[in-house]
Design a binder for this molecule. Structure first.
Ligand code: ATP
Ligand code: MG
Length: 236
């Protein structure tokens, strides 16, 4: 007997808009469970706009998108937290509360996503910090950590609710190459344990070092390395 599982993301005949302007036209792709997918393209080509549409920060105006079992067409505001619980979202700038400890930063997200029992929250905190290679940082303030460590805290925060998909928008853009490589290895480990990853990046070398499927935003269209071959060097 074979089991087929639904894709974690399905995008069909979708046009991505920013302020009424079409940024990407008629795009189509699926991401399967456990896939690692890079999103590339020149600055302004629509990478962040596409990612924002996936986590309902931009409205889906034309086309059909499903994330897990959630249909983004006409999604109600009250359903958006549910959508974001299924996703882990990671940006270039770390977006931690600078006036709260690491633990308080993570507890904040847990409370916002329905966690209540203190003992379970504490044990989840330890689990996700260990998972990202951080030991005893929970009482530290963000400024007491290096850039790479702060980004690991952000990744830990994104992992709290066991997302089906991690969405990362240039997650190593602010880090020096060696630290960036360590963070990227962490993404690979997380991916190897079954979490799909969609990562916007300008880092061509990264894609050479850790090959994966590539979606490329170019001239208002999306090319998919699964369907056609193309030159990466002109896109990053
Ligand atoms: P980068 O590599 O620089 O991050 P990107 O590929 O992520 O670029 P987007 O940020 O998606 O590109 O931008 C796509 C288009 O939408 C650009 O023309 C940009 O000027 C426009 N745009 C982006 N953000 C906004 C906004 N908040 N309001 C209006 N237009 C925007
Ligand atoms: Mg961007």
């Amino acid at each position: 007997m074979t089991f087929s599982s639904a894709p974690v993301v399905s995008v069909k005949q979708t046009t991505i808009y920013q302020e009424g302007n079409a940024v990407l036209n008629d795009i189509n792709f699926d991401i399967e469970k456990g896939e690692f997918v890079y999103l590339v393209g020149r600055t302004g080509s629509g990478k962040s706009s596409l990612l924002k549409t996936l986590y309902a920060d931009l409205p889906l105006l034309q086309g059909a998108i499903r994330v897990g079992d959630i249909n983004l067409k006409n999604i109600k505001d009250s359903r958006v937290p549910h959508l974001r619980r299924r996703l882990g979202i990671i940006f270039q700038d770390f977006q931690l509360f600078t006036d709260r400890t690491v633990a308080e930063n993570l507890f904040f997200v847990m409370r916002a996503t329905g966690w209540k029992e203190r003992s379970k929250m504490k044990s989840r905190l330890s689990e996700v910090l260990i998972r990202v290679g951080l030991g005893s940082v929970s009482t530290k303030m963000p400024h007491q950590l290096s850039g790479g460590e702060q980004q690991r805290v952000v990744i830990a925060r994104a992992l709290i609710n066991e997302p089906v998909l991690l969405i990362a928008d240039e997650p190593t853009g602010n880090l020096d190459p060696e630290v960036a490589d360590g963070i990227h290895k962490l993404f690979q480990e997380i991916n190897n344990s079954g979490t799909a990853i969609l990562m916007a990046t300008h880092n061509h070398q990264l894609i050479k070092d850790y090959p994966g499927r590539v979606l490329k935003c170019t001239s208002g269209k999306l090319q998919d390395s699964k369907l056609e071959s193309f030159d990466l060097t002109e896109s990053v």
